[in-house]
Write a protein that binds this ligand. Sequence first.
Ligand SMILES: Cc1ncc(COP(=O)(O)O)c(C=O)c1O
Length: 403
Amino acid sequence: MLFSQIKRKKPEKLRGLQKMKAYLDNGATTQVAKEVIKTMQKVMTNHFGNPSSLHTFGEEAKQELEKAREIIAKKLNADPSEIIFTSGGTESDNIAIRGTAYKNKDKGNHIITTSIEHPAVLRTCEALEKEGFKITYLKVDKDGLIRLKELEDTITQQTILVTIIHGNNEIGTIQDIESIGKVCKSKNVLFHTDAVQSFTKVPIDVKKINIDLMSISAHKIHGPKGVGALFIKKGTRLRQIITGGEQENKNRPGTENTPGAAGFAKAVELCKEQGIEDMIRLRDMLIDGIEKNIPDVILNGSREKRLPNNVNIAFRYIEGESLLYQLDSKGIAVSTGSACSSQSLSPSYVLLAIGLKPEVAHGSIRFTLSRYTTKEEIEYTIKNVKEVVENLRKISPLAKRRD
Ligand SMILES: Cc1ncc(COP(=O)(O)O)c(C=O)c1O
């Protein structure tokens, strides 16, 4: 069945919020923090000038922008001059990958990535392939981890960039970017990581780890949508891929989104260690609750090297879409695959890459928490997932064949 054939319910005013019992789709996006809204409102109202203008309005806006840059840089232990603002993770990935590829074309044409990247990286690499670049897509093991030796062996004299996701958006697996960075440094190859899902959830110190470029995004951490940043290590040269003015060190022309940047920085300031510990506790409670109460389930991704907010489970013998809609009717928001690919009814390429059979991949659901997630939400979710899975299995031809 085509997606266009699926009947969608008419949106009503605040229907989602009214029926919400558990919002567990924070990997897709998060609720904007009220402190972030307040900050953005203040900047939009009081500091609306163009940061490039020379008068006081411009100067004040510039101050807000630079304050935001400093806060984000500090979180990564970077220098503020190494941060540029973008319109989100997708644009950061594009600037990093295309910018490096075009700038280093005379040195080589080989890029290494993985088969489980976000589409923002995969589609960019595929587009470059059509332009003559050679791309190697590293395979991953059953946990979703790359093999370092394979990476090492794949790098050639022609390799100009390694781009590997930090925390996977679907299965939550965290790659060992410290070791990957070491390999890249020893081979003198640039290293970009997409840290959109891991930023603020897994500590990253760019002075300790060899990273040349890193993409991050505000809306995954209770910040606004349409705002992101790219860390560009001092001395790393990129070709400008959007042409225009000289903003953001000429790497991202266009009038800066000052309220967005300020909102992003506020969201970063609000991320505290305790919030991460609580998320891990609730994440493990959800995994335990499902594994202990429901038979024939598989935790997708690594159990140990896992994002603090990600639970991805295959429920055998049922369709993930049916489970998603039944949970939605009970006020529980989850996703099948990542939000970006959930409009497609083909099984997730990430789940296939870790070795799941298509029918098992089809029965997988991603639950993603945030620091706003409560114990009550998790308890409610476990109880309802158990009920719905039992009911769906009663009518599933796949479950009947198993008996
Ligand atoms: C790993 C990863 N990279 C990139 C993106 C794209 O980020 P944005 O939505 O800010 O463009 C996402 C969003 O889902 C993501 O999860």
